[in-house]
Every structure is written in structure tokens, then in C-alpha cells.
Design a protein around this ligand. Structure first.
Ligand SMILES: [Fe+2]
Length: 282
């Protein structure tokens, strides 16, 4: 199969055309897809018709597929565990949500930035879409890093940021009152060196970044607000308008993503896989 790589925006994102992911890729094509992934941060494969097994095989191009484990304590997402798949959906059957992250807008975040080893990548496959909305916005955190004023960047070099998540979708956690024994959290470098590309990326998000170490609460909040604004600058955001059969893969170390609102009375169903990660380093 010959394929074509078509950039989707000046921020990030490329469409890979000409591949049917029901077929295994040969080694050269798989290597080219991985190279495009490192170059473009987000890859879009349109018009795919994938069974679970075919999506799993496509995911393996990018690394080892992660298994979903139920949190030991505290709040957690819904759906099934001990499977690699998560259904991202608002569908309710017999009074019970069949998946997680049901409705509405969701603020910018990295997936699992509150894990000691954040996932390398996430794959989302569109199976049911609403009549409007539900776009996913991806922001390029390499570019965000470059946009930080140099004096501020120097001041923040070598700092850590506390990442935490209690499965809310558009609300920051108050770090002063939060019960950390119940909420998943981990301190990460504020600027990471991407393990695959060696490039520096900003590692904050409005939803999950709670506090920068070594500053007063007020200073930390002020700096975080500035970094959030940079990280969401429209010039570094690619907005994906979903079509049925889209498989989208994003690099979860150097991008953050957000979901726009959609009608809650219409069913939306995405099948999600993640790729195992590693510890983030300065
Ligand atoms: Fe996410």
C-alpha cells in the first residue's frame, strides 16, 4: 500500500491517506507512520472500518497497548476494566453508563499526566457522532514551550508541577483543600524532554496542573494562568472535526487536547486505546 502524508494545520496534525488499517502494515510503512507521528504529533486515518482486533493491531504500530486498571481507591472513570478498551461515550443502558467521560465540554489536558509513567499515545476511533459539536482540539506543546517568554522560561527551568485528576471535566482542583489520598496525582517536570524526539515540551494543562513547586500559591497560580493561556493559544491548536470511521492518534507527551460541547441527548461513541508510557524527564 502506498500512502500519502498531508499536513492538517500549521499547529500540528497530519492525515495519512491511502492506508486500510484492516491490513497489517509492512515494516517500511509502519516505520514511516511512526516517523510521521514524531513529526506531526497527531495523525488522522479517515474512513476506517475497524473491529476491536484491527484497532488493537493498528495501535501496536505505536507501542505496547496499555490495559485499563481500576483505581485502588477514590473516584475513577466508568466502564469495563482489565481490558485495553475504554468506551468514551454518553450512552446509558439499563440506567448504567456503558463508558466514561460522557457529556459535554472537557478542558485541555494530557491523558494520565498524574501517573508516574504517563501514556505515550491515545487512539480514538469514531463509531457514533452527534449532529454537531464534539470536536477535539489538539495543542502542540513543543510550540508552547518555544512561546514562553525567555525570562520566564529561565525562571522555571528545572521546576516540577503537581498533576492531579479526579475525573471532573471542566473544573480545577483546589490543591489546598484536596484530599491527596483520594485523588490520583504525581509531580512531573514542568518542561519535559520528549523521550522519542529529544525535543523540549511544556507539560501543563488547565484541567490537571495544580501547583508549581517552590513558589507561593499566588505566584504559582499567576504563572500557571500565563502558561495555560500560552498552551491554548489558537495559533498552536488543530481542531479535529470528526467523521465516522476516523481513527485519530495523538502523542500524549507533547500535546494536550480538549473536547467541545455536543448535544447530550444524542449518542456519541468512541473506542479508545492507549499506549504504555514511561517516566517523564527534564
Ligand atoms: Fe483525554
Amino acid at each position: 500500500m502506498s500512502h500519502k502524508i498531508v499536513p492538517l494545520s500549521s499547529a500540528c496534525g497530519a492525515e495519512i491517506q491511502g492506508l486500510d488499517l484492516r491490513q497489517p502494515l509492512n515494516a517500511d510503512t509502519a516505520a514511516a507512520v511512526r516517523k510521521a507521528f514524531d513529526d506531526h504529533v497527531v495523525l488522522v486515518f479517515r474512513g476506517q472500518e475497524l473491529s476491536e482486533n484491527e484497532q488493537l493491531r493498528a495501535a501496536e504500530i505505536f507501542g505496547k497497548v496499555a490495559l485499563r486498571k481500576k483505581p485502588v481507591s477514590g473516584p475513577g472513570p466508568g466502564g469495563d476494566f482489565d481490558t485495553p478498551f475504554m468506551m468514551v461515550t454518553n450512552i446509558v443502558e439499563n440506567g448504567k453508563a456503558i463508558g466514561a467521560f460522557g457529556d459535554g465540554e472537557m478542558w485541555f489536558h494530557h491523558d494520565t499526566s498524574y501517573y508516574p509513567e504517563p501514556h505515550r499515545a491515545t487512539l480514538l476511533y469514531a463509531m457514533k457522532l452527534t449532529s454537531w459539536g464534539g470536536e477535539t482540539c489538539f495543542s502542540n506543546m513543543y510550540k508552547a514551550y518555544e512561546m514562553i517568554p525567555p525570562a520566564l522560561r529561565d525562571r522555571l527551568e528545572g521546576r516540577k508541577v503537581l498533576q492531579m485528576h479526579d475525573y471532573k471535566r471542566r473544573e480545577r482542583i483546589d490543591v489546598e483543600t484536596a484530599d491527596l489520598s483520594r485523588i490520583r496525582h504525581h509531580e512531573q517536570p514542568l518542561f519535559i524532554t520528549h523521550p522519542a524526539t529529544g525535543r523540549k515540551a511544556l507539560y501543563v494543562s488547565r484541567l490537571m496542573s495544580a501547583r508549581i513547586e517552590g513558589f507561593s500559591r499566588a505566584e504559582s497560580e499567576e504563572i500557571l494562568e500565563q502558561l495555560f493561556d500560552i498552551s491554548e493559544d489558537p495559533s498552536i491548536v488543530y481542531e479535529h472535526h470528526w467523521r465516522l470511521g476516523d481513527l485519530v492518534v495523538w502523542d500524549n507527551w507533547c500535546s494536550i487536547h480538549a473536547r467541545k460541547d455536543f448535544p447530550r441527548e444524542e449518542p456519541r461513541l468512541m473506542r479508545r486505546l492507549t499506549i504504555e508510557g514511561q517516566a517523564m524527564r527534564f
